[in-house]
Design a binder for this molecule. Structure first.
Ligand code: GLN
Length: 414
């Protein structure tokens, strides 16, 4: 009998053929965090045939130009390993993009690492730059990867609250910095709050980084999904270029989350170390898809990026109106494609039970709020909805949610 890990069974299982014990010990570091709740909710959505507003991936097509370029690259037999830190064409295209959008000068040979998604970018960067015992400051609510990222490099996450409007509590940030601080993670536009860090907020954090000789790890994967304000890369601020690891990628900008193309821009002293962790973890990102992303960056002009934001603004409005009409309490995000919504006027269930109930009974999957907080109690009345879906999908979700209020608070107790 084969016993899968994670399934509750007797602790030791005899296999008559192989005579081995299947219940092998696992490393301690994996015991301190759970599997991704976001990805788990995709499984729940599939199980109940629910509209998946849990995991943030688009249900609409990628730009033709990228798809054609990917096909062409495979037809041209670009099938083997690329240079581990990225194909020259993609690194050149990226450097040109950072110059065009943010007036940042980037050395294509020494300051770019192309990774398997922003997820690997964050993990590789932290593994390369953070020593066990050092502290990493993380704003909460936070994207769930940052906790495990810290734990995997032996660091101690130090959580700092955000204000009710999603902005950082700067006084608490100043208190959190100490001689043990190695870095701070800044995700702007933010998942899950939708906050877009303002220039003056970033300047205050920058001063603290400089004062404490800390690194800013910025996750800017939603940089082009912006409804209000401007996207300010931390690296563009005075004194921050040499201490910022700028993470981004193609997943959200080109609606290709499954291609796994992420990017890091950082000064050479930092990339020299990051290249090593990245190389030994993955060797490199998919070569033909790097060519296609380069073609996208080269070939799509400013109108592509403004249409992307306009399309997302329409999706945001449908989602926000739908949630408000259904009785959720939430704010329209300034960027990214999530709404963190409070459901306490609709149900007394805790967030995880509410999310499963909502998927099962109303056919809309969300992510339990507790997965974005260090203390699950802080997210007990919240769920997160991702609106990176076609307008038709969002309108259907809004219709399904419209019945919620009518069932009253007891509706959740099935
Ligand atoms: N960033 C997306 C989210 O928060 C997708 C996460 C993932 O599964 N990599 O839902």
């Amino acid at each position: 009998m084969i016993v899968r890990r994670g399934v509750s069974r007797p602790s030791i299982v005899d296999c008559p053929l192989l005579n081995v014990e299947y219940n092998m010990r696992t490393a301690h570091r994996t015991h301190t965090f759970t599997e991704s709740v976001i990805r788990e909710m995709t499984r729940v959505a599939n199980q109940h045939g629910a509209i998946n507003l849990a995991q943030g991936f688009p249900d609409f097509a990628a730009p033709e130009l990228l798809k054609e370029a990917a096909v062409e690259a495979i037809r041209a037999d670009i099938n083997q390993y690329a240079i581990t830190w990225g194909t020259p064409r993609l690194r050149n295209a990226l450097a040109e993009k950072y110059r065009r959008f943010y007036s940042m000068e980037v050395d294509t040979e020494r300051e770019i690492v192309v990774t398997c998604g922003a997820t690997e970018a964050m993990a590789s960067a932290m593994l390369a730059l953070v020593d066990p015992g050092e502290e990493i400051i993380i704003y909460e609510p936070f994207y769930e990867n940052y906790g495990p990222d810290s734990i995997l490099c032996g660091a101690k996450p130090v959580f700092v609250p955000t204000r009710a409007d999603g902005g950082p509590d700067l006084d608490a940030t100043a208190v959190a910095f100490s001689e043990r601080t190695r870095g701070i993670i800044i995700n702007t536009p933010n998942n899950p709050t939708g906050h877009v860090f303002a220039r003056d907020e970033l300047e205050t954090i920058a001063r603290l980084c400089i004062e404490h000789d800390a690194i800013a790890f910025t996750d800017e994967i939603y940089e082009h999904i912006l409804y209000e304000g401007e996207h300010v890369p931390m690296a563009a601020l005075d004194g921050m270029r040499e201490r910022t690891v700028t993470v981004s990628g193609a997943s959200k900008t080109f609606s290709i989350t499954g291609w796994r193309i992420g990017t890091i821009v950082a000064p050479p002293t930092l990339t020299d170390a990051i290249k090593k962790t990245h190389d030994f973890l993955t060797v490199g990102a998919p070569a033909p898809l790097q060519e296609a992303v380069a073609a996208g960056i080269e070939g799509l002009d400013a109108s592509y990026y403004s249409e992307l934001a306009d399309d997302y603004r329409r999706r945001r409005d449908v989602m926000y109106d739908g949630l408000s009409a259904a009785g959720f309490s939430c704010r329209p995000p300034a960027g990214s494609y999530y709404i963190l919504a409070d459901f306490s006027s609709l149900s007394d269930l805790p967030d995880d039970e509410f999310a499963v109930w909502l998927a099962r009974e109303h056919g809309v999957a969300s992510v339990p709020g507790s997965s974005f907080y260090s203390d699950p109690a802080d997210g007990r009345t919240q769920v997160r909805f991702a609106f990176c879906k076609s307008l038709g999908t969002l309108e259907r979700a809004a219709e399904r949610l419209a019945g919620l209020g009518a069932r009253g608070r007891s509706g959740g107790a099935t």
